[in-house]
Design a protein. Structure first.
Length: 238
């Protein structure tokens, strides 16, 4: 795992600040403060899932903890992963509290998972005080928080519901709470995909009573849209 800077000297000022809920809208490659009217689209194939790590041998251990802050550039390069990124930050930005993914989606299939990652992108010329063999810190894409949500449980965890193909649908869910400062010169990024294997089982993208019994014949390729009025709601210290 990459070293986390010690910001203990800033704890007192942080306690004196107030939290404000802010929406970052997912608009065709950018994270911005206003909603758009279009959409971004990707092609999801359960037969070719997005991997949960670029170093899968770590998953042979009891706790694959390194993936929790792993460089996410390996996923960003895939066409079935959407990325939404801010401009270079002119000032420090601190998230402190709940993170809510408020997605408006449409799929050509009847089911889908939605994996959302919050990423801290380091500057191209970043050089840490302590080096770690094999890690390139310039442009490092540090995963800060992440979560996955099956669309079938968008309204209730007790009652699964199929998606209506090509119908705009709200899929809202919480990520883990966070206290993290995105430093001046960094960027904030959101990555979205519909597979995250082997950390999470592959959704066949075909609605079934129990997708755990899906076979390869059930795997359904789909075009999935994320509309520009989708947002990530966070609490920012002001």
């Amino acid at each position: 795992m990459i070293p986390v800077p010690n910001n203990g000297e800033n704890l007192l000022p942080i306690r004196q600040k107030k939290q404000k809920k802010v929406n970052f809208y997912l608009s065709r490659g950018t994270l911005k403060n206003s909603s758009g009217r279009g959409f971004s689209e990707y092609y999801s194939d359960p037969n070719n899932p997005v991997l949960s790590s670029d170093n899968l041998k770590d998953f042979n251990g009891f706790t694959p903890k390194n993936y929790m802050s792993e460089d996410q550039r390996f996923a960003e390069r895939r066409p079935d992963v959407l990325t939404f990124t801010t401009d270079v930050l002119a000032d420090d930005v601190t998230f402190a509290g709940e993170i809510m993914a408020k997605l408006n989606i449409a799929s050509t299939s009847t089911d889908a998972d939605f994996a959302v990652k919050l990423i801290d992108i380091y500057p191209e010329d970043f050089k840490p005080a302590e080096k770690k063999d094999g890690v390139i810190y310039g442009n490092y894409h540090q995963m800060v928080r992440s979560e996955i949500m099956p669309a079938r449980f968008r309204n209730s965890r007790e009652k699964a519901e199929a998606l209506v193909p090509n119908q705009k649908t709200a899929v809202n869910f919480r990520l883990q709470d966070v206290v993290h400062t995105f430093k001046k010169g960094h960027k904030i990024q959101i990555q979205i995909s519909s597979t995250w294997f082997p950390l999470f089982a592959i959704n066949p993208q075909k609605f079934m009573d129990n997708p755990n019994f899906a076979t390869k014949e059930d795997y359904t390729k789909a075009f999935i849209r994320i509309f520009d009025d989708s947002a990530i709601e966070v609490e920012v210290l002001k």
